[in-house]
Write a protein that binds this ligand. Sequence first.
Ligand SMILES: N[C@@H](CCC(=O)N[C@@H](CS)C(=O)NCC(=O)O)C(=O)O
Length: 210
Amino acid sequence: MIKLFLCPGSGNCLKPWLAMSQTRQSFEAVSVDVLAGEQKSPEYLRINPLGVVPYLITADGAGIGESNAMLWYLAEDKPLMPPTAQARAEALQWMFFEQSKLEPFLSPARFFTTILPSEKYAREADIRNWQLAAEPGLHRLEAHLAGRSFVLDCGYSVADIALFGYVHVLEEAGLSLADYPATARWIDTVTATDGFRPLSDLGLSLARAA
Ligand SMILES: N[C@@H](CCC(=O)N[C@@H](CS)C(=O)NCC(=O)O)C(=O)O
């Protein structure tokens, strides 16, 4: 069975969780307490030397890092995988865009605004810089989503899940969805897709990594 190491509340961890839920793949979820630094423990570093979550171990025992690489693996032969070479290339384009233009800014802005708010005032200038850095990417996505249901013409895909990870919680990063109406509509559409489950459904009845 697939094993997924993850922590609650993470947009990157939501991605493989959602892909497995929506493609009905069973898996064992293992909780890693990132706030307590468990991802840097010797036990966890033996599993994933990069010391981050999510991390996926396939049924054959191979390890896969990077949330979007996991999406690609999990979507193989499933409807989430775009059907043509052109559409697959477009999906990868948006998945690289997510990791370079959105996630590096939305994730820390959200972390210090919502996940660890005790740091919010000390990190005020950083948070503002991350918010400003995220805006061009969010405007680019907003322009693309205007008049569309999903990121790709072929329908709901791995590209939507990759972008959804942090874009759907942009207000937790101190930004406003009112500035991105097409994106807000797309978030509602993704949330209504078959088998959608928030990461909070995972609950706390998880195995521990270390
Ligand atoms: N690009 C990686 C990012 C992985 C990552 O930075 N994960 C965060 C949680 S969302 C983490 O483990 N942070 C703890 C740390 O860096 O020590 C992915 O998409 O999987």
